[in-house]
Write a protein that binds this ligand. Structure first.
Ligand code: SIN
Length: 504
């Protein structure tokens, strides 16, 4: 199976699209990838276009329309029009269509993975993993669609019966980030569609192609026109429409805390339901009694997955004194062995940073830690070449007040902080306004409970560095967000609770 999705409407002199060919042009031919937006079940080219670059080479990969407010309004209108028929379908009918979408995504897995690596930079094996992860949300919510049960409550008076109905919220606007161009789309769109909502998706302008390909596969699977719309372009004008339109009932965003706060505030003008999955600053805590090998595996997976560009990745790494030196030398050896490189060019373990600003932030954090007295165990330098690569880095003896411990680095830098007692490390871990994920490595059962209950985060990994799955609730506390994604809790976010009081 090939991916649908190029437009023949080439903007200003771009090479013609591959007629009828796979929609991964730019990877297999010298032409540029270009895709129209997807609104109301048809392509929508733009008058202006935005360039998308491959971060591994710096080359322009292709272009997507910059649709602005006009495109966003058209997408909201399409979603609004499609809503009554979609929510009127039985849950089973919606489930069957979602299942078909899941199957198409899995069939196109390697094409999608190549597209994802080309626009986002992660190693191909990780991209394939992300496509499977993305598809798993569609599969899960296809099944969950049929379990949106309501309730019957014993009446408060002898002649009263109380019903609780679960109904689709309405039109959903979803804004998704560049670090997981597939999974963050399906983690929002699949539950929304399962619940009977229609969707306007604004993918990151840095990684729009995967989202567009997913929408086309959905259409191939039979999702009706207007049920899943993708509007591309610069964020501000589109965001203004999506947060301000009275036709949008629910707004869901994954991205930075600063932007999330602004968008949520804008949503209050029309009192929308809001879900936010925002920045983290995950503490990763290794106690003396930890299984050293498991802790090193855990930190490698958590810290260096996606080149450190995940909201849940280990950011502050606290290691107890007794295990500190052994842990530090083991992780430094493992990090030094990672192979950075273009994910499409050969076997690699680390991709580039997404853009120059991301690379500059990593350099700033490392410089600040070194000024504070940290020691370089490996890395701590930009790699030569056009791509935005930074050497996998391990720093020892990072002061706990360093920038790297106060802000999300979002890069391949592990900074180690030594601690002595459980009380001390719990206080350090909780001294942050972020509260997304935390990790604890210990073999003490009672401590596992104390730490799991004491950590102020939405998720805790115990003796594992990988916690993400479609079957568990994902989300944060404090300034890391509102609401949960994935699992049965993720469906609730797209359902309204309506009470009906019957006099019998
Ligand atoms: C994220 O970085 O926002 C998502 C990471 C995940 O789902 O594991």
């Amino acid at each position: 199976m090939t991916l649908p999705g190029t437009t023949s409407d080439a903007p200003d002199g771009l090479p013609a699209a591959q007629a009828g060919g796979p929609s991964v042009p730019g990877l297999s031919d010298p032409g540029l990838l270009r895709q129209a937006a997807w609104i109301g079940g048809v392509e929508r080219p733009g008058k202006a276009w935005i360039e998308v670059r491959n971060p591994a080479s710096g080359q322009v990969l292709g272009r997507v329309p910059d649709l602005g407010a006009e495109g966003a309004l058209a997408a909201v209108a399409a979603a609004r029009e499609a809503l009554p028929a979609w929510r009127g379908r039985t849950a089973k009918e919606r489930a069957v269509l979602l299942r078909g979408w899941f199957e198409r995504v899995m069939t196109a897995r390697s094409d999608l993975a190549r597209l994802l690596t080309a626009e986002q930079g992660k190693p191909l094996a990780e991209a394939e993993g992300e496509i499977a992860y993305a598809a798993a949300f569609i599969e899960w919510f296809a099944e969950e669609a049929r379990r949106a049960y309501g309730d019957v409550i014993p009446g408060h008076q002898a002649d009263k019966r109380l019903l609780v109905l679960k109904q689709a919220v309405g039109v959903v606007a979803a804004v998704t980030p560049w670090n997981f161009p597939a999974a963050m789309v399906t983690r929002k769109v699949a539950p929304a569609l399962a619940a009977g909502c229609t969707v306007v998706l604004k993918p990151s302008e840095l990684t729009p192609f995967t989202a567009l390909a997913l929408a086309r596969l959905g259409a191939e699977a039979g999702l009706p026109a207007g049920v899943f719309n993708v509007v591309t372009g610069a964020p501000e004008p589109i965001g203004e429409v999506l947060t301000g339109s009275p036709d949008v009932a629910k707004f869901t965003f994954t991205g930075s805390t600063a932007v999330g706060k602004r968008l949520a505030a804008a949503c209050m003008g029309t009192v929308k339901r809001v879900s936010l999955e925002l920045g983290g600053n995950a503490p990763f805590i290794v106690f003396d009694d930890a299984d050293l090998e498991a802790a090193v595996d855990g930190v490698m997976a958590s810290k260096f997955r996606n080149t450190g560009q995940t909201c849940v990745c280990a950011n502050r790494i606290y290691v107890q004194s007794g295990i500190y030196e052994a842990f530090a030398s083991a992780i430094a050896a493992r990090a030094a062995a990672l192979r950075p490189g273009d994910g499409l060019a050969g076997p690699t373990d680390q991709g580039p940073l997404i853009n120059a600003a991301a690379l500059a932030k990593v350099e700033r954090h490392v410089a600040d830690a070194l000024e504070g007295g940290a020691r370089v165990l490996t890395g701590a330098r930009r790699l030569p070449g056009e791509g935005l690569f930074y050497a996998p880095t391990v720093l020892a003896d990072v002061p706990s007040g360093a920038l790297i411990n106060r802000e999300e680095t979002f890069g391949p830098v592990a900074g180690l902080v030594r601690f002595t007692s459980e009380a001390e490390v719990l206080a350090l871990a909780n001294a942050s306004r972020a509260g997304l994920a935390a990790y604890v490595f210990t073999r003490d059962g009672a401590r596992t409970w104390r730490m799991s209950e004491g950590l102020e985060t939405g998720m805790v990994g115990v003796n594992t560095g990988l916690i993400s799955t479609e079957v568990a609730p994902f989300g944060g506390v404090k300034e890391s967000g509102l609401g949960r994604e994935g699992s049965r809790y993720g469906l609730e976010e797209y359902l309204e609770t309506k009470m009906v009081c019957l006099s019998v």
